[in-house]
Design a protein around this ligand. Sequence first.
Ligand code: ADP
Ligand code: MG
Length: 722
Amino acid sequence: TIRRYDTLAAARSYKPVINGDFKQAHVTEVFGEFTLNLDGLKERLPKTVWKELKNTIEDGQQLNPSVADAVALAMKEWATEMGASHFTHWFQPLTGATAEKHDSFITPNQGGGAISEFSGKDLIQGEPDASSFPSGGLRPTFEARGYTAWDPTSPVFLIENQNGKYLCIPTAFASWTGEALDHKTPLLRSIEALDKQAKRALALFGVDSKRVTSTVGCEQEYFLIDQEFFYRRPDLMTSGRTLMGAKPPRGQELDDHYFGSIPDRVLSFMLEAETELYKLGIPVKTRHNEVAPGQFEIAPMFENCNIAADHQQLTMIVLKKIAKNYGFECLLHEKPFDGLNGSGKHLNWSMSTKEGLNLLEPGDSPHENMQFLFFFSAVLRAVYKHQDLLRVSIAHAGNDHRLGANEAPPAIISAYVGEQLEDIINQLLNGGLKKSMKSGLMGLGTPVLPTLPKHAGDRNRTSPFAFTGNKFEFRAVGSSQSVSFPIVVLNTIVAEAIDELCESLEKKMKKKKLEMSLKEVLVESLKETHDIVFNGDGYSDDWQKEAKKRGLLNLKTTADALPTLTSKKNVKLFEKYKVLNDREVHSRLEIWAEQYVTNLTIEVDTTEAMARTMVFPAAVRYLNELAAAVKETKSLKMKNSGSEKMLKTVNSALNDLSDALDNLKKTQEKLKGGDIIDQCKEYRDYVIPAMTKVRDAVDFLERYTADDYWPLPIYREMLFVK
Ligand code: ADP
Ligand code: MG
């Protein structure tokens, strides 16, 4: 059939229509237009109310419920002035997506009038039915309700389409017993834990700060393909990735796409997406092509981690939404195309005081550098002790295709620190700093040590966790996932490391000066944990061996990683810092393991359906044609070795496909089940390989079946038509 060519023609001649008249506005004109932050509220709130709210937002003080009514009124006024008709609590269930339940600001009454329905009570708390969100056993079935609780620290915003607007109120989501059913609640708790420990440490260095939070900036990679293709690929629609498709003759080998000039239609999309993000107060800053054809990246300026996490979710939503205006589908999956680079999300993370001091910024004075080394060593300690948790935080079916596939970091968690810092660590460990003790400053400034590198260029792309001058970059995060749990893990494990280092520092400081005590503490801690430092090539086989020798974990797949979440060590950690209780930790394991199995089940079903109902019939039609040709030529006594050979090839490939499908079915029937982790392992060990066999047979057929019979848009078309 020629249908595929119609698709191709439609894609080639696509002209954006919906926002054809869109012109990018100047950033300053639109920035924050659709969000009401503290500054915006100042004009609308009585001074005392505003001050109370400010203390909550900036210093983490508990919110006085009496301010809620005034704030609700101000929000409603602003939103309705802006043309919004509805409001929703906007929350982040453990599916990794966001959820909304809309209510009208105004309810018509029987007398033909309307009453206003948005008070402090509505702002503070909502009661969505929680039964359709995953709870991992936290919510008993007889109690379907959950509640959402306003997060005043993240500004409300408006979502708009051409027919109207609604107000979104960032909220936490919990069960009636108070257990977190979402990503935001533990994130807010982990911010408290980090704040407490970091301030305690800063006090030892004589720094007084009102509040410390982590700062986060996420670089988001994504693919764009024409919608015409998307809707003709059931696999992209159900699973977000192509489950079959032969490699294109020209992939990313030429490396000509990376940082190349951005195609016009894509640029138009980016300009509108950025404007939309600016309106929401999301400070996007960079855009460029990525390694694979059709792959791009967008990155914001960093923000407080809670706001950054909300903004990251919104960024994904906006990219997907605006892409459609340009006839594109935005693919956020980690591995949309086999054989080409997948997509990740680099999570840049640091800690900063409210007063603006970056705790991972090496300073100019020896004193500042002592403080830097303290926090820097704390992060290394955290990563060493909790490799498993960092690994779990990025474990899901999509990311399994990327990690360790020589395009993304390996599954082994290690930290890249750069040569100069490694040198300093080694000097500390070898007692090489002793000489300088005379100066009383441990020689942490010049001349004994090289000046600490500022923004040292790091081009080691093979490390999962790299120090990049004044922040760490967690590079193993998947492109489609919520960044909240990775941030929760970082905040919590670093809080613990700071706690432990403070503990020994405080003990030593009873007898010795800060400088002496600190040196001892750093040496002790680095001795224990410096095996986590690795500056070499993370893709190499040598590293796999070396890491094993060092005793580092190598949790290759989601099924290996997930069970470590609920180890005694990890439950104790989360409980100690009041981030998650025992039940909450277990519920997450349950939910994420279930998601893994569900995702794979969908992939299997889709693979089977496509292979059976799209690929098989197409190949049979071609086989028929070949058979007829062979018969015909034979009767005409012509030489027909070509068609006969092709007939045999296609016929045997069809037999292979049929066998592979039978095998897939049998494999599924033979699954034993068992607990959810056993199920994950069975899928990994039996179902995925059986699915791959089907794919191989299909991909082989794609290379031999007549192009005009092939029913699926092929890689070459999807990747290069823009
Ligand atoms: P590069 O381009 O070399 O990767 P950038 O400085 O452009 O580095 O930063 C990349 C990402 O890191 C951006 O999203 C940026 O906002 C973020 N980032 C920079 N500094 C910090 C910080 N202190 N904390 C968290 N994220 C940061
Ligand atoms: Mg980066």
